[in-house]
Design a protein around this ligand. Structure first.
Ligand code: HEC
Ligand code: HEC
Length: 405
């Protein structure tokens, strides 16, 4: 199989495991069985397959590195593809075997095989994940359902779509006529697509603990209502090989714990009940992180610039209220708000005013304009201001209502 004169030189322990250090006793170098009584010499006992089921993966590998339960570890580094193919071969999952037996014995009426059994390395039964392809019907179904019963933002965006229809085999055309919203095409691309076969529109609004059908890198594993949700990595994630996913989804298990109160949440962190915390409160950031774990270096507080456009925190006028209808009222309130003073006295000067939608990202125009562009932009702005000013004067002069800013 692997000869020394060839390119790859493999030692016994590369495949079998065990301890290759010198001067060890046999018992120290070898992996020992859990049930010594069955494995009392170097020869395989009769029915070794059955006895192996009661042994550790390490011992299985020691006895036979090619055993499919451990081949991924012993040979997968170099022969990953063939091991994956064997794992997924018809001989292994056996849908046809069970299907044929059930069909021939009249237990199931179709030759469309849907039966099989598979076990993990530890003997626990494996569950089949739903890999039904996403179709245009699913997209149209989701549009129809969510514009009626979705969250408010789903309802409002999908409500702007006049019509959705299938084009070709894999396409959907949304008719946006009359929508007058240039962001809408981008937003539609972010809308969730629900699996038609797994959603009952009549019961859509009911609370349930059935995990929804998803297509992401993680699967819902455990739910403790009101307390936590545990996700496990989907080992067969379809998108794993995509360039966009390189280096992502590294954690085997992700657990979200719910705390309903911000202070309890923070106290739990101080006690080390969870590992990572994002701080958005400037006061807490400056004064709250003084506890034993922070002082002795077990907790590290660090600002991590992420290059993404910044969100915003601020006051927004609800211009539908008559109170704010007059632009001068809004302007006056904006002038009353002393950002610098509040930032200095309450927020440790931690806030920065955003000057663009792309603040903090590489799309931000700050400090990047080309001189010619800057000149052109300034000229255009000056022209615009002049125009607005003239229009306002004109409008005021005629006694017509003020135009909004
Ligand atoms: C390329 C991986 C690989 C390497 C390297 C390797 N083996 Fe193996 N070995 C196997 C596989 C696979 C089997 C099982 C073959 C089978 O069952 O037909 C096996 C079987 C054995 C068995 C029989 C075990 C039993 O009781 O059924 C012994 C003994 C053994 N190897 C010893 C060694 C020794 C000693 C070395 C180092 C000189 C070595 N192997 C190197 C893969 C390897
Ligand atoms: C460190 C990389 C590596 C590991 C681990 C490894 N192999 Fe290989 N194997 C190779 C390479 C490379 C070849 C091609 C022949 C050569 O150059 O030695 C090969 C060849 C083979 C062949 C011959 C294939 C042919 O077409 O002739 C078999 C069979 C094989 N390996 C089985 C195994 C098994 C079973 C295991 C695990 C128990 C294993 N290998 C582990 C690298 C590895």
């Amino acid at each position: 199989m692997h000869k020394a004169e060839q390119n790859v030189v493999l030692g016994c322990t590369d495949c079998h495991g065990g301890n290759p250090a010198r001067h060890l006793q046999k018992e120290q170098a070898h992996i020992l069985p859990k049930n010594k009584q069955f494995w009392n010499s170097s020869a395989n006992p009769p029915n070794s397959n059955a006895w192996l089921n009661h042994e550790s993966p390490e011992f299985i590998r020691f006895i036979n590195p090619g055993d499919l339960r451990v081949a991924g570890q012993s040979c997968g580094l170099c022969h990953g593809e063939i091991i994956h193919n064997v794992d997924h071969s018809m001989m292994n999952h056996g849908a046809m075997l069970w299907g044929a037996a059930l069909y021939n014995n009249g237990a199931y009426p179709e030759k469309n095989y849907r039966f099989g059994q598979a076990y993990a390395a530890d003997g626990s039964p494996l569950k089949l994940i739903n890999y039904t392809p996403v179709t245009p019907q699913d997209v149209i179904f989701s549009w129809d359902l969510l514009r009626q019963k979705g969250r408010p933002n789903h309802r409002s965006y999908y409500g702007k779509v006049a019509k959705a229809e299938q084009v070709g085999e894999r396409g959907v055309r949304f008719d946006l006529s009359g929508a007058d919203d240039r962001e809408l095409p981008l937003i539609l691309a972010l809308m969730p697509v629900l699996a038609k076969h797994a959603v009952d529109p009549a019961r859509f609004e009911e609370t349930t603990f059935t995990a929804p059908v998803g297509s992401g890198p993680y699967l819902v594993n455990d739910v403790d209502p009101g307390k936590s949700v545990t996700l496990v990595r989907n080992r067969a994630y379809w998108g794993e090989g995509l360039a966009v996913n390189r280096g992502m989804w590294n954690f085997d298990e992700v657990r979200f714990e719910f705390y309903r109160d911000a202070n309890v949440h923070f106290d739990a962190f101080k006690r080390g009940l969870y590992d990572v915390r994002e701080e958005t409160d400037p006061t807490r950031w400056k004064t709250g992180y003084d506890f034993p774990a922070a002082r002795d270096g077990r907790m590290i507080a660090e600002a991590l610039p992420n290059g993404q456009p910044k969100g915003m925190e601020g006051f927004v006028f609800n211009a539908r209220r008559p109170l704010f209808a007059d632009v001068r009222v809004r302007e006056a309130l904006a002038m009353l708000f002393d950002f610098e003073w509040i930032n200095r006295n309450y927020f440790f000067d931690l806030y920065h005013r955003t000057a663009s939608y792309f603040e903090g990202s590489e799309l931000s125009a700050r400090g990047r304009q080309h001189p010619i562009w800057r000149g052109l932009v300034l000229a255009a702005l000056a022209g615009l201001c002049l125009e607005v000013w003239l229009t306002r004067r004109l409008v005021r002069g005629r006694g017509i209502a003020d135009i909004g800013a």
